[in-house]
Design a protein around this ligand. Structure first.
Ligand SMILES: Cc1cc2nc3c(=O)[nH]c(=O)nc-3n(C[C@H](O)[C@H](O)[C@H](O)COP(=O)(O)OP(=O)(O)OC[C@H]3O[C@@H](n4cnc5c(N)ncnc54)[C@H](O)[C@@H]3O)c2cc1C
Length: 400
C-alpha cells in the first residue's frame, strides 16, 4: 500500500491552497498526494476578494480595483477602498500556477481519480481512490456533498447563493474600469435578495453575474432572461458577445461543518465550513485556514488548529441568513445603508470577522435594527424561520 505523510482529497481552491502553503513552509519535504477527479484545466470560476495585504498569489491577480459601487434605490454609491484593493484571480491561472509549483517537487504526487471513501484508523487514515487504498498520516478532506445539508429549518437555516454570469465583449467602450460593481439591486427582489455583480475587465469586456440568495435553483432561462434584461434595459448595452459563462451554487447556511472527522482526518474548504454564510466568500478564509493548518502541524505535530469562527459572528451570520430567508427583499436597503454609514475599512474588518467589539456595535447599530430584532424574537419564540412571503413578479424557477 502506498503511504504519504499528507493526502489531500480534492485539488480545488482549498486542496491546492493547502498544498501551496505546505510547499512554502518547512514542511515542503513531506510526501504529499493530491487526488482530484478533474484535471483542473478549465476556467471554471473566478475568485474575488478584498485585501489590504499581499497574498501568496499576488503574481496571478488578473485584475484589481480601487473602488466599489453599490447601486440601490437611492442611486449609485462609489466607494474608495483606500488601502484595500478588490482583487480577482481566475480559476485557470490559480490551478496552473499551483500545479507548476507542485511539479517542482518530486515528493508531491498529483493523482487524477475519484475518492470513494476516507476511513480513519489508529495510526493513519485510508483513502480509497479508483478502488485502491492509500494510507496517509494526515488526510485533508475537501470533498463536499451538498446532500449532507438537509433542509431542516430547525435549528439550522439554509439557502443557496445562486449565480450565473457571462463574460461579455462590447463593440464600444462602455465599462468604467476603475470600479467593480459589488451589488446592483436594480432587479425585482421577489421576496429574495437578488443583485447583479459586474467586474469590468477592460472598457469593452466585463464579467456580469446575476446573483440570488434563494432556496430555489434558477432555471437556465431565468438566468439568461435576467442577464439580458440587465444588460440591455438597465445598462443600455444593445450589442455584446458572450465570450464565456460561469455559474455556481454556494451553500449559505449556519449548519455546522465538523472539522476533525477522525483522529487523522480534517476537513477543509467548503466541507470545513470556510464559506462565510452571509456573503459566500471563502478564498481569503481558505488561505488563512491553510496557514493555520501548517502552523499547527509545525508547532503541535497535528493539524487540528482548534480555530473556529468567533461565536458572535456565527450568531450574526445566522441572523442575517434568517432575515434573507424570511424577508429577502429587505436586504437591499440594509446593504445600501451599511455602505453609506460606515467607513469601508470597518465594513471589511466586520466581514473578515476581525472588527473590534466597538466596531461591531457601531456597524450593527447603523443598520435598521428593528428588522433584526423582530427576526431574532421570532426565531427565539418559534425556533422557525418566518414564512417566506411570495411577492410577484417572480422569475420562473425550478427546484434543483
Ligand atoms: C463559480 C464560483 C465562484 C466563486 N467565487 C468566489 C469568489 O469570487 N470569492 C470567494 O471568496 N469565493 C468564491 N466562491 C466560493 C469558494 O471560494 C469556492 O467554492 C471554492 O472553490 C471552494 O473551495 P473548495 O476547495 O472547498 O471546493 P472546490 O474548489 O470546488 O474543490 C473541490 C475539489 O474536489 C474535487 N472532487 C469532488 N468530488 C471528488 C471526488 N469524489 N474525488 C476526487 N475529487 C473530487 C473537485 O473536482 C474539486 O476540484 C465561488 C464558488 C463558485 C462555485
Amino acid at each position: 500500500m502506498e503511504q504519504y505523510d499528507i493526502i489531500i482529497a480534492g485539488g480545488g481552491a482549498a486542496g491546492l491552497s493547502l498544498a501551496y502553503h505546505l510547499l512554502c513552509s518547512a514542511l515542503q519535504d513531506c510526501s504529499i498526494l493530491i487526488i482530484d477527479k478533474s484535471p483542473k484545466d478549465q476556467n471554471d470560476r473566478t475568485w474575488c476578494f478584498w485585501t489590504d495585504q499581499p497574498t501568496l498569489f499576488d503574481d496571478i491577480v488578473y485584475r484589481s480595483w480601487n473602488q466599489l459601487q453599490i447601486v440601490g434605490d437611492a442611486g449609485t454609491q462609489t466607494i474608495d477602498l483606500n488601502r484595500y484593493q478588490y482583487q480577482m484571480i481566475r480559476g485557470i491561472d490559480f490551478y496552473t500556477h499551483v500545479q507548476q509549483k507542485l511539479a517542482e517537487y518530486p515528493n508531491v504526487t498529483w493523482q487524477r481519480g475519484v475518492v470513494e471513501q476516507i476511513t480513519d484508523g489508529a495510526d493513519a487514515a485510508y483513502v480509497t481512490v479508483n478502488g485502491q487504498i492509500v494510507r496517509g498520516t494526515w488526510v485533508f478532506d475537501s470533498i463536499f456533498r451538498p446532500a449532507v445539508l438537509k433542509r431542516d429549518p430547525r435549528p439550522h437555516h439554509h439557502i443557496n447563493l445562486n449565480f450565473k454570469g457571462w463574460e461579455i465583449e462590447t463593440p464600444d467602450a462602455v465599462f468604467n474600469t476603475a470600479a467593480a460593481t459589488l451589488m446592483d439591486f436594480r432587479t425585482p427582489q421577489a421576496s429574495e435578495t437578488r443583485f447583479f455583480y459586474l467586474l469590468p475587465l477592460s472598457e469593452r469586456r466585463a464579467l456580469v453575474e446575476f446573483t440570488a440568495f434563494s432556496p430555489d435553483h434558477f432555471s437556465h432561462t431565468a438566468y439568461e432572461q435576467a442577464l439580458m434584461t440587465y444588460l440591455e434595459t438597465t445598462l443600455g448595452i444593445g450589442e455584446y458577445t458572450i465570450l464565456s459563462r460561469e455559474n455556481g451554487v454556494v451553500p449559505a447556511t449556519d449548519h455546522p461543518f465538523p472539522r476533525q472527522t477522525g483522529q487523522h482526518v480534517y476537513t477543509i474548504g467548503t466541507k470545513g465550513g470556510q464559506i462565510k454564510p452571509s456573503t459566500g466568500y471563502a478564498f481569503v478564509r481558505i488561505q488563512q485556514d491553510s496557514a493555520a493548518i501548517v502552523a499547527s502541524l509545525l508547532e503541535h505535530g497535528h493539524p487540528f488548529t482548534g480555530a473556529g469562527n468567533p461565536r458572535h459572528y456565527q450568531l450574526l451570520d445566522s441572523l442575517l441568513l434568517q432575515v434573507m430567508q424570511s424577508y429577502g427583499e429587505r436586504i437591499k436597503p440594509i446593504f445600501s445603508v451599511m455602505f453609506q454609514r460606515n467607513p469601508i475599512e470597518r465594513i471589511f474588518r466586520f466581514l473578515d470577522e476581525r472588527a473590534s467589539l466597538r466596531e461591531v456595535m457601531a456597524l450593527t447599530t447603523s443598520l435598521p435594527i428593528r428588522l433584526f430584532l423582530q427576526t431574532l424574537a421570532q426565531s427565539l419564540l418559534t425556533d422557525r424561520p418566518a414564512p417566506r412571503r411570495p411577492v410577484l413578479p417572480r422569475l420562473s424557477t425550478q427546484r434543483g
